[in-house]
Design a protein around this ligand. Structure first.
Ligand code: RUQ
Ligand code: CUA
Length: 619
């Protein structure tokens, strides 16, 4: 931060204290702040105030849940910077309206996005890509060079309810998937529900990521028993090569799961040796199911183990050094730290629960693999990490964040959040080298903390300062439905371009001179090459015949930052947004009449004049 902006920040803080004083409260404890759970409003203001023109220290990428989108925030300001559409059309950026993105979305124009996963090199965020899962068995890749969704992979065969995803391995070898819902596989098979426990199957799938391009393909699949896999995390450093997933419904129950799946005292954490599975797949092991090779761990031992974990665990998180696997029993009130070394010893010694296997998968003895049970509080869900062994666990029922230290296993501090926290995200919190500093509580409910907007309320995300042992709530922000997980990356790790360089545009229909604009016809197929530049479309009108298949390719020939043009075509449900240097294509069938098109993105004083006509002659 520059010294000038530091001065600005301080003066803002002093001003706020002055306001607090003139209201008759002490600057350290104004009434409104106390009510909001902020102990020192001036300090909070100073910490979160990013002066006009200043930049945030971190990006936060938050999943948009069933909105199918990704929200990008600046930290510590908590300002919403941009929405990246992923699984849902978004007219704001023309996503899902041009031919390419429409094709990428396919028939599914909705997705329930849960867990963003920044690409990693040696267990550290490398700022190249961002992956995100959605429940229909798909994973998307966003390129952080331009913050655009470049690929949607799937639906992956046999995967139903892709919740345990899109976690990446430490060198982004794979993005992993695990099924929340078991079904008879392959998809489309009929088996009555009373055969659930024996004939429905879960699946783990490894989506391979090409190291240069990020392109995705299916690596391998592993057959799993019909229990509901939930959250996952990849092993790193000490535990590199392994993957861990929590699960519930060890009962293999159906019906009212809130009671039927909570009968046993323990569920499982699955530990999967993905490197061994990769090798087995390369050796051709597995059976064809749904068009892909699926490895059955009963037939290929040594790949999958189960560890008992107290009642209905949700999050499972690997410590930065990879030595501990931290899992929380939602209805147990404790967080368990499993010890990776002990897991390996138990496997070597075949320290399994006698007759306790699940469809041939050995179950390790709880006491042989756990290191500690941390009494964090009620409803522990997820854990994030800071430097020096610090760990932060979200407590849904207590509506709080508990901090504790690996190795000490005692709660250090607890801070209430509003309200009903789910996930939490710490700065660089999933890396081998977390920053601490900031933590965002991603709360499920927000009531009473914002202007009322009717029954459909926003979600609340609260910023905590975790730079000291005592955590401090410093900011409330609100989001659209519904952030599940988020990741926070240092801003200087991402280097976005601001225009698409002309020389990189290899689109076959791109043109860079208005002289090349025009209409060509082949039978009933019409191609219109169009140029968009301040503030006109060329051509400004064109004529086709009713029933023609019309392809309009628009190149925005600007090379100026933020000089976007839109192409709204009335009555056709089309709105493209073309970034500087970009070419976008849309194809439609012409219907008779006259239809205006116009620029939807403000571009100049004469933006309003940027318009034209599609004229369609009757046959
Ligand atoms: S879940 S509130 Cu979809 Cu990640 Cu835990
Ligand atoms: Cu181009 Cu407005």
């Amino acid at each position: 931060m520059s010294s000038a902006s530091r001065v600005l920040r301080w003066s803002a803080a002093i001003m706020l204290s002055a306001i607090a004083l003139s209201n008759g409260c002490s600057p350290s404890e104004p009434k409104s702040a106390k009510k909001a759970g902020v102990s020192d409003i001036a300090v909070a203001a100073e910490k979160t105030y990013v002066a006009p023109g200043d930049l945030d220290e971190y990006y936060m990428f938050a999943s948009g849940g069933h909105s199918g989108q990704m929200y990008v925030y600046g930290i510590p300001s908590m300002r919403h910077l941009v929405t990246i559409p992923v699984f849902t059309p978004y007219p704001g950026t023309g996503y899902g309206f041009d031919d390419d993105t429409k094709k990428m979305l396919g028939d599914l124009t909705w997705g329930d996005a849960h867990h963003p996963a920044l690409s990693e090199t040696n267990g550290d965020y490398d700022g190249r890509w961002l992956f995100i899962n959605e429940m229909n068995g798909r994973v998307a890749r966003i390129d952080l060079r331009d913050f655009k969704t470049k690929e949607i992979f799937g639906p992956v065969p046999n995967v139903s309810g892709n919740h345990g995803s899109a976690f990446v391995t430490p060198n982004t070898e794979y993005s992993m998937m695990a099924t929340r819902f078991s079904i008879p596989i392959p998809k489309g098979t009929y088996v009555p529900i009373d055969k659930y426990a024996t004939e429905y199957k879960g699946v783990v799938a490894a989506v391979k990521i090409e190291p240069k391009s990020g392109a995705m393909s299916l690596g391998f699949e592993i057959l799993m028993p019909p229990i509901d896999f939930d959250l996952g995390d990849a092993g790193k450093l000490a535990s590199d090569g392994w993957m861990f997933w929590s699960s519930y419904n060890a009962e293999r129950a159906t019906g009212k799961l809130e009671t039927t799946a909570s009968q046993r005292d323990q569920d499982y954490i699955a530990a999967i040796n993905w490197r061994a599975a990769e090798k087995a797949a390369a050796e051709g092991k597995g059976d064809m199911i749904g068009g892909v090779k699926v490895i059955d761990p009963k037939k290929v031992p040594g790949l999958v183990y189960l560890m008992p974990c107290p009642k209905s665990p949700h999050g499972v998180d690997v410590s930065p050094d990879g030595k501990y696997i931290v899992a929380s029993g939602k209805i147990a009130g404790i967080t368990v730290a499993f010890n990776f070394e002990k897991i390996q010893t138990a496997i070597r010694n075949k320290d399994f629960v006698v007759d306790g296997d699940e469809d041939g998968i050995p179950v390790l003895k709880y006491d042989s693999v756990k290191d500690a049970e941390v009494p964090v509080g009620l409803g522990p869900l997820h854990t994030q990490f800071g430097p020096n062994g610090m760990a932060y666990t979200s407590l849904f029922i207590d509506s709080a964040v508990a901090s504790w230290r690996l190795g000490e296993w005692k709660v250090i501090d607890k801070v209430p959040v509003s309200y009903a926290i789910g996930h939490l995200a710490a700065a660089e919190g999933d890396t081998v080298n977390p920053d601490g500093k900031y933590l965002v509580a991603l709360n499920k409910l927000s009531h009473g903390r914002h202007l009322s907007v009717g029954p459909s309320q926003p979600e609340s995300s609260q910023l905590l300062d975790i730079s000291e042992e005592k955590m401090k709530l410093i900011y409330d922000a609100f989001t659209e439905p519904e952030p599940h997980y988020a990741q926070i990356i240092k801003a200087d790790k991402i280097h976005p371009i601001e225009v698409y360089p002309k020389e990189e545009n290899k689109h076959p229909l791109a043109i860079w001179d208005v002289k090349d604009a025009g209409v060509t016809r082949q039978g009933n197929k019409v191609t219109v090459k169009m140029v968009a530049v301040r503030s006109t479309f060329t051509p400004t009108s064109f004529e086709v015949q009713e029933g023609d298949i019309v392809t309009v390719a628009i190149t925005n020939i600007e090379q100026t930052t933020d000089m976007l043009h839109g192409f709204g075509l009335l009555d056709y449900n089309i709105n493209l947004v073309i970034d500087p240097g970009e070419t976008k294509v849309v194809t439609f069938t012409a219907k008779k009449g006259v239809y205006p098109y116009y620029c939807t993105n403000f571009c100049s004083a004469l933006h309003q004049e940027m318009q034209g006509y599609l004229i369609v002659k009757p046959r």
